[in-house]
Design a protein around this ligand. Structure first.
Ligand code: ATP
Length: 258
């Protein structure tokens, strides 16, 4: 069914279809094989935290899910759309996926509200008034309604990241991907960003989060996936992953980060 307002075709997310399905995904940069056969499924409304050592392929995996990297082989389905299928319009599918990066990526010469309204106006063809109204509502959700007309440079790191989350939400994504969203923040700002992410989890947003915050993963994740050397070595509930890890690699990793 096509939404007449946005011409975006909804992702298929019934009980039969995992909203994200990854099958034998390989990704190489030149000779360097970074992902070496990743298989994974994410259900609608599920929160999956991806943990693993530096360089293990976590960011690359997220970028493949969002179609930001071309994959070397394998398949990724988003709500029934195979990203490798030439007939699938990647830009169209990408509208369903919001992405939040470590380094905010806000436009410095635009105000906070202009950063948020840019894509809805340009991509969804919203009127300026409608886009601003929705942006102000999103700013209220992330606790920044008083910063609408500020420039990013005047905000703290935690505030910038909350704007980046509001900007991603402005496209009404069904899936949110977070790539170490708190890694660039001072410790006192981590909590305010995690609070926003936690509220999205409570609202039933499907999310995949690459995170170094093990306490947060333990608290918020429905499932935790441990990736090492380009392969998901183990996945399970936070209780299993943190309380009863099986693989020696995961035990070794946890002994260093916990
Ligand atoms: N565009 C690229 N070109 C070449 N190599 C890349 C590129 N992107 C990533 N890599 C390499 O792929 C490997 C995995 O990188 P990736 O950023 O996915 O790891 P990560 O698990 O997210 O690490 P970290 O926790 O340090 O962010 C690294 O060796 C990295 O140098």
């Amino acid at each position: 069914m096509t939404n007449p307002e946005t011409s975006t075709i909804p992702l298929v997310t019934d009980d039969e279809t995992n909203v994200i399905r990854i099958e034998n995904l390989h990704k190489s940069f030149g000779e360097h094989e970074v992902l070496r056969g990743v298989n994974a499924e994410v259900k609608s409304g599920e929160v999956v935290c991806v943990i693993g050592p530096s360089g293990s392929g976590k960011s690359t995996l997220l970028r493949c899910i969002n179609g930001l990297e071309t994959i070397t082989s394998g398949n990724i389905w988003l709500g029934g759309y195979n990203l490798s299928d030439e007939k699938v319009d990647l830009n169209e599918v990408r509208k369903h996926v919001g992405m939040v990066f470590q380094h905010f990526n806000l436009f410095p010469n635009m105000t906070v509200v202009e950063n948020i309204t840019l894509a809805p106006i340009q991509v969804k063809k919203y009127s300026d008034d409608r886009a601003r109204k929705e942006a102000l509502e999103l700013l209220r959700r992330v606790g920044l309604e008083d910063k609408a007309d500020a420039r990013p440079a005047s905000l703290s790191g935690g505030q910038k990241q909350r704007v980046a989350i509001a900007r991603a939400l402005a496209m009404n994504p069904e899936i949110m991907l977070f790539d170490e969203a708190t890694s660039a923040l001072d410790p006192e700002m981590v909590g305010e960003v995690l609070g926003v992410i936690r509220s999205l989890a409570d609202e039933g947003m499907t999310m995949v989060l690459v995170t170094h915050e093990m306490g947060f993963a333990r608290e918020v994740a429905d499932r935790v996936a441990f990736i090492d050397a380009g392969v998901i070595q183990e996945h399970g509930s936070p209780e299993d992953i943190f309380g009863a890890p099986k693989s020696p690699r995961l035990k070794d990793f946890l002994s260093k980060v916990l």
